[in-house]
Structure formats: C-alpha cells, structure tokens
Design a protein around this ligand. Sequence first.
Ligand code: C2E
Ligand code: CA
Ligand code: CA
Ligand code: CA
Length: 275
Amino acid sequence: AKESGGGQFSFYEPEMDEKIERRRQLGAELHGALERGEFQLVFQPIFRLADERITSCEVLLRWTNRRFGAVSPAEFIPIAEDSGQIVEIGSWVLFQACQAARDWPAGISIAVNLSPIQLRSANLPAVVARALDQSGLPAGRLQLEVTESVLLEDVDASIAALEALNRIGVCTTLDDFGTGYSSLSYLTRFPFQTIKIDRSFISDLDRSPASIAIVQTVVDLAAKLGMRTVAEGIETEAQLAQLRRTRCDAVQGYLLAKPMPANMVGAMLAGDALE
Ligand code: C2E
Ligand code: CA
Ligand code: CA
Ligand code: CA
C-alpha cells in the first residue's frame, strides 16, 4: 500500500493489472476466433435414473486460442458477454449443436446453454427457429438452459422470452438451481420444464443432511409442479446412490461420463441405442 495525497491508503496490486491486461488481450483474441476455427463443442451425456439410459447431452464450448492455448468458458464467456460477442458465438453454438444432434438417435435431445444476453435479445426465437429449420432437428429435441440469476432482473421480460421459446416447441431448463436469490415460489412463475440442481448441493450430498433435505425438497416440489429434475456434478457412487433415493429424474457428472468430442459421443449414443 502507498500513501496518497489525502493521507489515505490506496492499494496497488500488480496482480490486478495483470488480470485486467489478460482480460483485455483475451477480448481482442475473441475477435476472429470463430473465423479462425478456434472454438470446439464437447458433449456431456445426461442419464435417466429410471433405466440408466442417455436422455440428452449438454453442449459445452471449448476455446483453444493461438496465443493463450485452452481458455476455460468460466473465463471467456463473461468477457464475450461484456463485449456483446456472445450473441454471435452463442448463435454459432446453437447451429452447430442442432446439426450434431440431428444425427443422434431420435430419443436423445441436446441441451444448449444460453447467455442472459441472448435471452434478452429480441430475435432469439427467430435464431432458434432458424437453427432448427436449417438442421432439421425437431424442436422437441432442443433444450435451452438458463441460469437463475438473470431471471429476476426483469421478471416479466424473462417470462415472455421463455414463453416465446416454449411456443416454438423448445424446452427450457433452469440451470444452477439454488445458487441465486430466487425463492422456491418463483419456480411457479417461470415456464421451465426442467430444473437442474446445482453441483454445490450434490458435492456434499454424501455428508450433509442439509443438502439431502434441500435436494429432496426440490425434487418433490418439481414433481408436484410437473417439472423434471436433473442433478449435475455427480462424482461419487455415494452421491449417485443418494440421488436414486431422492427419485431425481436424471443425472450428469464425471462419474458417469465426461464432456467429449462429437465423434465419441456419437459412438456412445449409437452403442447405447443398440443395447
Ligand atoms: P454449466 O452450464 O453449469 O456447465 C457444467 C459445468 O460443469 C461444465 O464446465 C462441465 O464440464 C462441468 N462438469 C460436468 N460434470 C462435472 C463433475 O462431475 N464435476 C465437476 N467439478 N464439474 C463437472 P465447463 O465446460 O467448464 O463450463 C463452465 C460454464 O461455462 C458452464 O457451466 C456454463 O455456464 C458456461 N458455458 C459453457 N459452454 C457455454 C456455451 O456454449 N454458452 C454459454 N452461454 N455458456 C457456456
Ligand atoms: Ca448448463
Ligand atoms: Ca449448471
Ligand atoms: Ca454454472
């Protein structure tokens, strides 16, 4: 800390400058990243607990930059959101994802993450409809995942956007449930078909009675409201056993399958369908 003019301390953190500089450079590298073919999609299977078959796959975006190498979505998505580039990148993901899923067995759907910026964009339903049209994927096989934090900023607009997606036949999923500030009562206001229970509740499921109670409450409430539940981030057999007891509909996590490239997931789905 250095003493500044008014006798107050200002904190100078070199790491802070480095972070800002890295963020700036990543933002610059995001320009042209699509054209340079630096993005790749990976797919993580989601399994129904009733019969242990794959019900859908979540698409996760990967970026390998010419200068920075592999950059995690947790780092670059917020940068792309701030610059607005997420709209173009998000549309690309949607088109590629629908195209990949078209070749899968008919019962398997695809789950695509939507940025709040995309949800707020007026032409989202048109972009989604075009992705479905061009790929030939039936609307009922596309699920769009939205995180809870964005919904409360403008409740009426969020409901309208989700309803517009439902109207073209696309299913909506409330992602990361439990991490935001919304109360359970909000669930009844938003038109979601699926609730995805956040990994933070799953990770201490085998040692925390509170987490067990929370997950059970969410699963029971969702069932009463006619919604499906998916638990994410399953890493241990104990967590899986506990989720079976709660009668959660579906599970996703490293224990069952890691995110994988299109050709590998295609082979896995073909094998699963023949069994
Ligand atoms: P998310 O939507 O909650 O996705 C789940 C994240 O958990 C993924 O991280 C996935 O690889 C990871 N995961 C899956 N199973 C396990 C597990 O058993 N244990 C642990 N520890 N992690 C697990 P990833 O791929 O790094 O993505 C991070 C976040 O970046 C995503 O969180 C999502 O919010 C965002 N993201 C990824 N792809 C896209 C995209 O195409 N569009 C948008 N808007 N956001 C994306
Ligand atoms: Ca997600
Ligand atoms: Ca999630
Ligand atoms: Ca998340």
